[in-house]
Design a binder for this molecule. Structure first.
Ligand code: CU
Length: 271
């Protein structure tokens, strides 16, 4: 009886050790940033936090860019899983500065140890110098870390803009999906932002989007497309059907209520 009690006790301690070691170290091969590129790291000194910034690809292109922030306690080195993060993207063009659309992490709680956020870089670094400042609040302490970003124009633009016919306001439209297009039905996602000022680009949920893909070289379209509809935070989701490989032109019309805002924009997608 006594022996089995000690056996149980030792099993219990092994189980406790197993789980406590799991929470501190990551099992090799399951790193939350596996396949990502670390573009920079530094310290948000006042918050006693080390900041690492990751992207899904080594090159940052003009347009919608997912960023993943990892935070560590700068003393103990352990991960910080709860923090408020505020991004401030800025482009210095010499004679003037402007910001860009961005999305802070949706929650103060890390998702798989990371804080997902995004910046829509409006132009390539050839036109000026981009920087992103990351302000961090951890346990009531504040600090910030700023880093430069090199932005390159992609071969096929994933960022369009237009001045709306109905209200004269400038809007930016960023292509988010499909990024890996294939023959058949693809997820279609765009995000739309309003240029309120040089420093303010709020998400715009008020458009009705009509989408029509076509193959310009062959003069045909495709059936069974689903127009992107607003799902919040300026994002619009639908389905685009590519019936064959080649160059597709995805035409987009933007309506606001009964008014046409723009019918000149399209994304070229080639695969
Ligand atoms: Cu600029």
């Amino acid at each position: 009886m006594k022996k089995s009690f000690y056996v149980m006790l030792s099993w219990a301690s092994i189980i406790v050790l197993f789980f406590s070691s799991c929470s501190k170290t990551e099992i090799p091969g399951t790193s939350p940033t596996a396949g990502y590129t670390k573009i920079t790291e530094g310290y948000a000194t006042g918050a006693a936090a080390k900041v690492e910034v990751y992207t899904t690809a080594p090159v940052i292109y003009t347009g919608y860019t997912n960023l993943y922030i990892a935070l560590y306690d700068s003393v103990s080195g352990s991960r910080i899983e709860n923090a408020n993060i505020q991004l401030t993207p800025m482009m210095d063009m010499g004679s003037m500065q402007h910001s860009s659309p961005f999305e802070n992490p949706a929650s103060a709680q890390a998702v798989n140890h990371l804080f997902p956020c995004s910046v829509v870089f409006l132009m390539p670094s050839a036109a000026g110098n981009w920087s992103v400042s990351v302000a961090v609040w951890v346990n009531g302490k504040w600090g910030s870390f700023s880093f430069p970003v090199t932005v390159t124009d992609p071969v096929k633009s994933t960022l369009k803009s237009f001045t709306a016919l109905n209200n004269g306001t400038k809007y930016f439209v960023a292509l988010i999906n499909p990024m890996q297009p294939h023959v058949g039905i693809n997820d279609m996602e765009i995000a739309i932002y309003k240029k309120e000022s040089m420093m303010s680009y709020p998400a715009e949920n008020g458009f009705t989007v009509l989408m029509e893909p076509e193959m310009p070289a062959m003069g045909h379209g495709s059936p069974n497309n689903v127009n992107p509809v607003a799902i919040g935070n300026g994002h619009y989701k639908g389905k685009v059907n590519f019936t064959m490989t080649g160059l597709w032109q995805v035409n987009l019309d933007f309506m606001m209520g009964a008014d046409l805002a723009d019918d000149t924009q399209f994304f070229e997608i080639e695969f």
